[in-house]
Design a protein around this ligand. Sequence first.
Ligand code: SF4
Length: 281
Amino acid sequence: MALFADPDKKSNMIFLGGEPTLHPDLPFAIKKAKEFGYFVTVDSNGYLFNDLLARTTPELLDFLSFSLDGPDAETNDPIRGEGVFDTCVANIKRAVSSGYSVSVIYTVSKKNLSSLSRMIPLLQKLKVHKFFIQVLGLRGKSAKADNEEVMQVSRQQWLDTVPEVARLASEKGIHVTYPKVFLASGEKFECAGVVAENFFVFPNGRVYQCPLCEDHPINAYVIENNRLVKNDGLREDSFFRLNIEEGCVMNKLLQPDTIEYDNKGVPLHRISCCLLKQEIG
Ligand code: SF4
């Protein structure tokens, strides 16, 4: 925390996992982060282990984010686990009534895209005014299930649904944040590794700037002996400034199957940086 704290900048500290509430010292970490001047968020699966609500306060924890992938147990639980919907919703209610600022994260896949609009009445009922819509990552096995059926939604499915649901939610007073994913022609591409300052810090000391690189040993930095050390050689940041027709260079390198081309080999659309979001509401 001390390595990244800067009194002249407004910085966010997000604890995520795995499941950060599994760590019994999380309330201590939240308190320390606040002392360093961070705006503090915890992203949870909704179980709130170790009695988090009672062991920290809304003054220290600026936002508590719950992952919910459906507006009912029938949609959510096949994705997140049996009984998760009821537990998560009960804890959202407890957090709201205890005075915490609560947000919900919904990860869109083929399994729950059609249920996205039904989140609006649920969020209203729960008095949640901040909603993050994410796209299912393509890395590892997450995009495949059910005998290798790809769970990632297509460009058309995403564009037909997500911006409209975001607009409808904002009309109800819900602030919605979602990644652009696909850039329209003429839209400017920007790599967050160049235009923003994000650091993803792992328990093994690796520090990444690009979330797509996290499974690979190409981290730009490492924490050694409590110092932030720049790594030498060909690293993630060697690629951020490359200007390619496909947009995000790491997407092209690591998950080229996500890009569609015309018969002349020209990409049909550019992939936006997954870190740069749209906000509405
Ligand atoms: S996801 Fe792509 S655009 Fe975003 S930081 Fe990584 S390389 Fe850059």
